[in-house]
Design a protein around this ligand. Structure first.
Ligand SMILES: Cc1cc2nc3c(=O)[nH]c(=O)nc-3n(C[C@H](O)[C@H](O)[C@H](O)COP(=O)(O)OP(=O)(O)OC[C@H]3O[C@@H](n4cnc5c(N)ncnc54)[C@H](O)[C@@H]3O)c2cc1C
Length: 467
C-alpha cells in the first residue's frame, strides 16, 4: 500500500512567535520520539484538537494507549497564536442548519456552550490557568454594509427559543469598548476571552497527567497505512492501530484532503501595556469584539492592558505550501496598525510590540469536517475549523473519540461527519490565482464600505466569488 507523505510546519523562530507564546513557558517539555514504539491510538498534532481528542478518548476508554506526535511543541500552531476569542457555534447556526439540519445544528451549538462552561470549570478548579474572562462577545458593524451580518443566526436562535444573543446599540458598544467605530451589533453574554497559549499548555499538562504520551519536536513525515499503521519521524517509528490526523492547516498537503481545504493567513498585533488609556476610555473587561468585514477584525484587551488586534489577511498559499510568512508576515503588522488606529485613535501613541500570523484551515462551508481517509478506515482526520476553535475543538474531541472508539452515538452520527457532502474547491493553479484576485477585490470592497461608499461593480462581483 502506498505511503502518505506529510509536509510538517516551518517552525517559527522564537522572536516570531505570538505574544501569547512569548509570555508563556510553552517550549517543548517532552522528548522527541527515538527508535520504535507502539500504541493503540496515535495522534498527529498537539494543538487543541489533538489534545482534546486524546482527553476524550481517555475519559471513555482509560486503558487506551495514546501517543501524540507534535512537530514543534504543543500549542505552537494556531492554538497558541489565535485571537483568544471564545464564543459558541450559535454565531454560525445558519451555516450549520444548511449543512446538518436544525436538530444537529442545535445539538452542536449547545455542545459549544457546554464546552465554554467546561473551560470555566477547568479554570475555577485550578486545573488550567488560562485567564478566561466570560465578559461577552460583541459582534458589531462599523459600516452600513456590515449591518445585520448576524441577522440569520440571530433569527434562527429566536425561532428555536435560544435567547443566546441580545441587541446592542452604539452607546452600549462605546461604553463597553471605548470605541465609536462600531455602532450596532449583538452580544453573546456567556462568551469572552482567554489566553490561548496558556490553554494549550494547560491541556498538554492535563494530557500528561492522564498518562497520554507526548513526543514534541517530532514531525511525522510519512504514514505507512495498514492494519498496523506506521508513523515515520526523523528518528523513530510509531506503530498503532488507529491514527488521528489533527494537524490543522498542514493537512492540506494530503492529496485526498487538498480539494476540500484552503489555507489563508490571519495576522495579529499586540500593543505595549496601555491600561491607563483603556481604563480611561472605559474598556475595562475581558469581552471579545469583532466587526463584520469579510476579513473580520477581532480584538480584546488583556488583563494587563495590551490590546490584541487581529484581522484575516486573505493571503493564500500556493498549493497550500505554508511558508514562514504564515508565522510572521514581514510587514510589521502595518495593515492591522492602520485599522487599530481607525478603531482606537486614542492608541496612536502606544507602541505595537508584537506581530505574528497563523494559518487558518478553511472549507467551502466554513465548518469543520470529520472522517477517515477513503481507503484507510483506521486513519481519521479533523479539519476545517475556519478560525473558530476554542469552544469548538472540545466538541471535535468528542466526535473524534466516538469515531475512534467505534461508538454509534450522536457524535459519530452528526452531520459534520463525512466528506461526501462537502464542496470541492477549484484545482491549482486556478485556486491560487483566483484567490489572489478575489482577495484584492475584498480588500477594495472593505475599504470602500468602511467609508460607507459603494464599491464599483467589478469589485463587487469579484468579491462575491469568495467561498
Ligand atoms: C491567527 C489566528 C487567529 C484565530 N483566532 C481565533 C479566535 O479568536 N477564537 C477561536 O475560537 N479560534 C481562533 N482561531 C482558530 C483556532 O486557533 C483553531 O481553530 C484551533 O487552534 C485549531 O486547533 P488544532 O489543534 O486543530 O490546530 P493547531 O493548533 O494548528 O495544531 C496542529 C498541530 O499540528 C502540528 N503538526 C502539523 N503537521 C505535523 C506533522 N507532520 N507532524 C506532527 N505535528 C504536526 C502543528 O505543529 C500544530 O501544533 C484562530 C486561528 C488563527 C491562526
Amino acid at each position: 500500500m502506498s505511503s502518505i507523505k506529510m509536509r510538517p510546519p516551518v517552525t517559527a523562530a522564537k522572536e516570531d512567535r505570538s505574544f501569547w507564546l512569548q509570555s508563556t513557558n510553552a517550549d517543548a517539555i517532552t522528548v522527541p520520539l527515538q527508535g520504535r514504539a507502539e500504541c493503540d491510538v496515535a495522534i498527529v498534532g498537539g494543538g487543541y484538537t489533538g489534545l482534546w481528542t486524546a482527553l476524550r478518548i481517555k475519559e471513555q476508554a482509560p486503558d487506551t494507549r495514546i501517543t501524540i506526535l507534535e512537530a514543534d511543541f504543543c500549542g505552537s500552531g494556531a492554538s497558541g497564536r489565535n485571537g483568544g476569542q471564545v464564543h459558541s457555534w450559535f454565531a454560525e447556526i445558519d451555516l450549520l442548519c444548511d449543512l446538518v439540519g436544525h436538530d444537529d445544528a442545535l445539538m452542536l451549538c449547545r455542545a459549544t456552550t457546554d464546552a465554554i462552561e467546561e473551560l470555566k470549570v477547568l479554570q475555577d478548579s485550578g486545573t488550567i490557568d488560562m485567564d478566561l474572562r466570560l465578559d461577552g462577545w460583541l459582534w458589531t458593524a462599523s459600516s452600513t454594509a456590515q449591518e445585520g451580518a448576524w441577522s440569520k443566526a440571530y433569527d434562527i436562535c429566536r425561532t428555536l427559543g435560544e435567547g443566546r444573543f441580545r441587541n446592542v446599540n452604539g452607546a452600549d458598544i462605546l461604553q463597553r469598548t471605548g470605541s465609536a467605530a462600531s455602532y450596532t451589533g449583538i452580544v453573546e453574554d456567556k462568551a469572552g476571552t482567554v489566553q490561548p497559549a496558556k490553554l494549550a499548555v494547560g491541556l498538554r499538562q492535563l494530557a500528561l497527567s492522564k498518562g497520554i504520551a507526548i513526543h514534541e519536536q517530532t514531525p511525522v513525515v510519512e504514514i505507512m497505512p495498514g492494519q498496523s499503521t506506521e508513523l515515520r519521524t526523523a528518528k523513530g517509528i510509531l506503530s498503532c492501530e488507529k491514527v488521528v490526523l489533527a494537524a490543522n492547516a498542514w493537512l492540506s498537503a494530503i492529496p485526498e484532503l487538498h480539494p476540500y481545504l484552503y489555507v489563508v493567513s490571519s495576522q495579529i498585533i499586540a500593543t505595549a501595556p496601555a491600561a491607563d488609556i483603556l481604563d480611561e476610555i472605559g474598556w475595562v473587561d475581558g469581552a471579545s469584539i469583532c466587526d463584520a468585514q469579510h476579513h473580520v477584525l477581532y480584538y480584546q484587551r488583556t488583563p494587563s492592558g495590551q490590546v490584541i488586534f487581529g484581522r484575516g489577511t486573505g493571503a493564500i498559499a500556493y498549493q497550500d505550501r505554508i511558508d514562514s510568512s504564515f508565522n510572521r508576515s514581514g510587514d510589521n503588522g502595518l495593515d492591522n496598525i492602520r485599522e487599530l488606529h481607525r478603531v482606537y485613535p486614542q492608541l496612536k501613541s502606544v507602541a505595537v510590540q508584537y506581530d505574528w500570523s497563523g494559518p487558518i484551515d478553511c472549507t467551502a462551508q466554513h465548518l469543520p469536517v470529520f472522517d477517515h481517509l477513503r481507503d484507510h478506515p483506521n486513519i481519521f482526520y479533523a479539519m476545517g475549523f475556519n478560525g473558530t476553535g476554542i469552544a469548538q475543538t472540545p466538541v471535535a474531541g468528542r466526535i473524534m473519540a466516538s469515531l475512534i472508539l467505534g461508538h454509534d452515538d450522536k457524535w459519530s452520527k452528526c452531520g459534520l461527519v463525512g466528506i461526501d457532502r462537502r464542496t470541492k474547491l477549484p484545482p491549482e493553479p486556478l485556486r491560487y490565482v483566483g484567490a489572489k484576485i478575489v482577495r484584492r477585490a475584498i480588500r477594495r470592497k472593505n475599504d470602500a464600505e468602511i467609508l460607507n461608499q459603494k464599491p464599483d461593480r467589478i469589485t463587487r462581483f469579484l468579491a462575491s466569488l469568495a467561498p
